[in-house]
Design a binder for this molecule. Structure first.
Ligand code: SF4
Length: 388
């Protein structure tokens, strides 16, 4: 756990490694005050991505902001929004002769309320056949090594991870005894939903996700400045990347010229990865999808196309998500945290009945979950909270 002393050392190191960081921070302070004066309130900048939230919290970037600039964590944690119904269905299957393969961060994801098993980890502890894999290729190898056994892969993620299943699928490299439960969620639709349907969240600038943009292309975010007039920066993940992105947003606000800037051009091209996009389009259909704790978001999910229904676990085993919110634990504010409407510290369970070692809600499970990130940086976070 990161302490306040560690935090100061990290900020010192950041300045030593990047002499320009100090200048950027000083300029953010001046610009932030000016823009806030013009707005008549604090400037609200959302970082979409869980990895950006990690950088901001770990390096204490909130402590470097002027009081007039607020950094708000966004919906960038796919595990946090994965329906508990999927976990319930997979846990049940693991006792019915099917091997369930999952990434480590979905292993402890809580199931729907009232489920026989609280998570896949619990199912395994009670004898369920659940295995943690590091990649879909591992899942393919495992399925091939046990040809007489059925396997199902729990595919959780955003566009970043979709090519890992789509490419082997369209290449015909997925063995017959391996199906995919596609729990994939799409990022531009949730951003659109936030800007249109969530009325009580005001955003003046968006730090768009870098990893996702490497696949779908930085231009995927051009609708934000064009349709909503909000400055947007596709950002890298080093602390200096994030500082430069905040600076660019404030500069655009000051000039009254909202645009899309690609600060992460070293990795994300305007068009993205054409091969990966082609495989995704060939493997998946876009559908309305339920986001845990949030609700149904139009065109925000990806199912397998009909031609791959033999590989589709929702077809083969009938596991589907219900938008009935029975996967939201009483008192858990994860859905609000995901939308930037609440902070983890607003939740009565935070670090009491919900901790990284015993997560009660889904935002405490994954390394990309805001509650988990805040929990693991707690002493330093208290310092940062004085800025909020
Ligand atoms: S601290 Fe736990 S219970 Fe509270 S919002 Fe976060 S994940 Fe949910």
């Amino acid at each position: 756990m990161l302490g306040t002393g560690d935090l100061i050392a990290r900020i010192k190191k950041l300045y030593e490694r990047n002499p320009v960081a100090n200048k950027v921070v000083e300029s953010i302070k001046v610009l932030g005050k000016e823009v806030s004066r013009e707005l008549g309130r604090s400037v609200k900048i959302m970082n979409f991505c869980g990895t950006h939230e990690w950088t901001i919290t770990h390096y204490g970037l909130r402590t470097l902001m002027p009081d007039e600039v607020e950094l708000i964590a966004g919906p960038g944690c796919p595990v946090c929004v994965t329906p508990g119904h999927y976990v319930e269905g997979l846990a049940k299957l693991s006792f019915e002769g099917v091997t369930v393969l999952t990434y480590g961060d979905a292993y402890r994801l809580p199931a729907r309320r009232g489920s026989r098993y609280g998570s896949l980890a619990e199912a395994r502890a009670e004898g369920g056949d659940v295995k943690v894999v590091y990649s879909f290729l591992d899942a393919i190898k495992l399925a091939r090594s046990e040809p007489s056994k059925e396997h199902v892969f729990f595919a959780v993620g955003f566009e970043t991870t979709m090519p890992s299943t789509a490419q082997p699928l369209v290449a015909g490299a997925v063995p017959d005894n391996l199906t995919i439960l596609s729990a994939y969620r799409l990022t531009p639709p949730v951003m659109k939903y936030l800007l249109e349907a969530v009325k009580d969240v005001i955003l003046d600038g968006i730090i768009a996700p870098g990893h996702v943009s490497a696949v779908i292309g930085a231009n995927a975010w051009s609708f934000i400045p064009e349709e909503y007039g909000i400055p947007t920066v596709v950002s890298g993940f080093e602390p200096l990347d994030v500082l430069l992105s905040i600076h660019a947003i404030l500069r655009m606000l000051k000039q009254g010229k909202p645009a899309l800037i690609n600060e992460y051009a070293r990795v994300a091209t305007p068009e993205g990865n054409k091969q990966a996009k082609k495989a995704i389009a060939e493997a998946h259909d876009t559908v309305d999808a339920y986001w845990r704790g949030v609700g149904v978001i139009p065109k925000s999910g990806a199912t397998l196309r009909k031609k791959y229904e033999g590989r589709d676990a929702t077809v083969k085993y009938g596991i589907n998500a219900q938008a009935d919110f029975t996967d939201v634990m009483p008192g858990c504010k994860c859905g609000e945290v995901v939308l930037g409407k609440a902070k983890p510290t607003d939740c009565p369970h935070f670090m009491k009945t919900c901790t990284p070692t015993k997560p009660y809600g889904p935002c405490m499970v994954s390394q990309e979950g805001t509650c988990r990130i805040w929990a693991e940086n707690l002493p330093a976070l208290l310092e940062q909270l004085r800025k909020l």
